[in-house]
Write a protein that binds this ligand. Structure first.
Ligand code: DC
Length: 222
């Protein structure tokens, strides 16, 4: 079987996983997979339908990831494109809450593995190196200081709507949630390489990971 290549990027909220995964996928010509967007799309659906019990509705949910010509991932749920509604603090909170539910994780696990079986991928999330792709060609645990992550995240939000202290509190709560749950908590895989990008800009971080990628490929060829 022609085994596909994969980079797994895990790490806490606001570390730059999405930016890096996109840049790496573009540089390598791989498919960029944002698994958080899948949890977020489910959260939008829950909110719209005013649903409380997630496992109950999963059999009726048709979650679809597609990629536009620029490689950006779009999410639709039961035929409705929700991509532009995924990145609000409310949806971040709800996505983190529902991601602790084992049935939700099981529901998404196969979808995510299937994409990696069929494509070379740069996949980012919280449990990619530990659970989804235990045999990933390269595993990176991307992190940065809490202050830096809060600052980066606040700049992505609508100007003037969310103040830095509240963004920081949200991120802290989410990290706690994501790391302390029983089901596939956020954790660095034993064989993942820690990249702390607190003092690195976007380009420097991409280049650092590309160097790790070259090393991983050289190890694989040995
Ligand atoms: O990466 P993100 O901020 O878009 O993810 C939103 C939430 O989804 C995050 O707080 C935890 C959850 N998540 C997860 O549990 N496992 C993943 N692989 C990706 C995201």
């Amino acid at each position: 079987m022609n085994k596909k290549l994969s980079i797994a990027i895990d790490g806490p909220a606001g570390a730059g996983k999405t930016t890096q995964a996109k840049a790496l996928a573009k540089a390598l010509g791989y498919v960029y997979v944002d698994t958080g967007a899948m949890y977020r799309a489910l959260a939008v659906y829950m909110q719209d339908e005013e649903l409380k019990d997630v496992p109950e509705i999963l059999p009726e949910v048709n979650l679809q990831s597609t990629w536009d010509e620029k490689g950006n991932q779009r999410m639709s749920i039961n035929g409705v494109d929700v991509t532009d509604r995924l990145r609000t603090p409310e949806i971040s909170r709800l996505a983190s809450d529902i991601s602790a539910i084992p049935e939700v994780r099981d529901f998404l696990l196969e979808t995510q593995r299937e994409i990696a079986r069929e494509n070379n991928v740069v996949m980012e999330g919280r449990d990619i190196g530990t659970v989804i792709l235990p045999d990933a060609t390269l595993k990176v645990f991307l992190t940065a200081s809490l202050d830096e992550r809060a600052w980066r995240r606040s700049r992505q939000l609508e100007p003037g709507t969310y103040l830095l202290p509240s963004v920081k509190k949200d991120i802290e709560r989410r990290d706690r949630n994501d790391s302390s749950r029983d089901a596939a908590p956020l954790a660095q895989a034993e064989d993942a390489i820690l990249v702390d990008c607190t003092h690195m800009n976007i380009k420097e971080t991409t280049q650092a990971v590309l160097r790790l990628w070259d090393e991983a490929l050289a190890r694989k060829a040995d």
